[in-house]
Design a protein around this ligand. Structure first.
Ligand code: ARG
Length: 262
C-alpha cells in the first residue's frame, strides 16, 4: 500500500511541468510532505486525523475532527470514494507506529460537496460520518469553525499540519509536522496562478521566497488561523515553490453547508 502511494508520488513529481495541465489532477497539484516544518508535539493538534485507505490502511489524506463522529476533509480526497474504501484514525502522532490513544473507525457516510468541481478544484470540501464516536482526551479533540464569511488579511500567520511529504516528490513524515505560513491575499494569489484560478472561497498562504508549505499527503488537513479550522489543504503548484502559495478551501464560505450536513 505504502509502496503504491510512494510510486504515485514519484510519478506525479516527474510528470510535473509548468503548464495549466500540470494542475489537472490532484496528485500533480502538490509537491511533497509539509515542507519546512517541525515536529508537532503529541496532543498539540488533537483534531488532526489520518484518512486511510480502508480501516487501518495507509495514509491517503489529512482531515479534522469537528464532532465525535464527524470529520472535515478535502473534496478531492472523497471524490469517487465509497465509504467502505475509507478509514479514519484519530489520536495519531506517529505515522508508522502505534500511538497510545489512536483509534480507527470505519466511515458510515461520505458527503462530498454537491458542487465540487475536479477541474477547477472549487468547493473542495467533504464531510465524513464515522461508524462510531471518537473518545476525546489529551490527544483527541474537536476543532471549531470560523464565523460565516470571515476573511483573513494578508500576512495573518496560520498553521498547517500533516504527515505529507517533506519535499515535492519526497517521502512522508514519520511524525506529524506543523508549519506557519502567512496568508496571501486573493489578489496576489491570482497574480501568481491566474485571474480565473482562485475562487473567492479559496484562501492562499505561503512565503514569497517559498520554503514552507503543505504538500502531497497533507490534503484535507487543517489550516488554522488561530484556534479554528480556517481552511482545508487543497492544492498548489509543486510544494513550497517561490511565488506559488499553497491554496486552501476557505472554510468560512462553507459554514451553512457544514451546518446542514452535521
Ligand atoms: N493535493 C495535495 C494532496 O493531495 C495537497 C497539495 C497542497 N499543495 C501545496 N502546495 N500546498 O495532498
Amino acid at each position: 500500500m505504502r509502496a503504491a502511494l510512494l510510486f504515485a508520488l514519484v510519478a506525479a513529481a516527474s510528470a510535473k511541468s509548468f503548464s495549466r495541465k500540470a494542475f489537472a489532477t490532484p496528485l500533480s497539484r502538490g509537491g511533497d510532505r509539509i515542507v519546512g516544518g517541525t515536529d508537532a508535539s503529541r496532543g498539540e493538534f488533537p483534531h488532526q486525523i489520518m484518512l486511510t485507505r480502508g480501516v487501518g490502511g495507509s495514509l491517503m489524506c489529512g482531515g479534522s475532527l469537528v464532532a465525535a463522529d464527524t470529520v472535515i476533509t478535502a473534496g478531492h480526497c472523497c471524490d469517487g470514494m465509497s465509504a467502505s474504501r475509507l478509514g479514519v484514525e484519530v489520536g495519531s502522532h506517529m505515522l508508522y507506529e502505534d500511538d497510545p490513544d489512536q483509534e480507527a473507525f470505519a466511515v458510515k457516510q461520505v458527503m462530498l460537496h454537491e458542487q465540487y468541481n475536479s477541474n477547477t478544484i472549487t468547493n473542495d470540501i467533504c464531510m465524513l460520518k464515522l461508524d462510531g464516536s471518537a473518545t476525546t482526551g489529551a490527544n483527541v479533540g474537536f476543532i471549531g469553525f470560523p464565523a460565516s464569511m470571515e476573511e483573513y488579511s494578508e500576512g495573518t500567520d496560520c498553521i498547517v499540519t500533516g504527515w505529507g511529504t517533506t519535499s515535492a516528490g519526497g517521502s512522508l513524515a514519520g511524525t506529524l509536522q506543523k508549519v506557519t505560513v502567512p496568508v496571501v491575499s486573493d489578489d496576489h494569489c491570482r497574480d501568481a496562478y491566474g485571474q480565473n484560478d482562485i475562487a473567492d472561497s479559496m484562501i492562499c498562504a505561503g512565503l514569497d521566497q517559498g520554503g514552507k508549505d503543505s504538500c502531497q499527503g497533507d490534503s484535507g488537513g487543517p489550516f488554522m488561523c488561530g484556534n479554528q479550522l480556517s481552511g482545508v489543504v487543497s492544492w498548489g503548484y509543486g510544494c513550497a515553490e517561490p511565488g506559488y502559495p499553497g491554496v486552501y478551501t476557505q472554510t468560512s464560505y462553507f459554514i451553512d453547508w457544514v451546518n446542514s450536513h452535521m
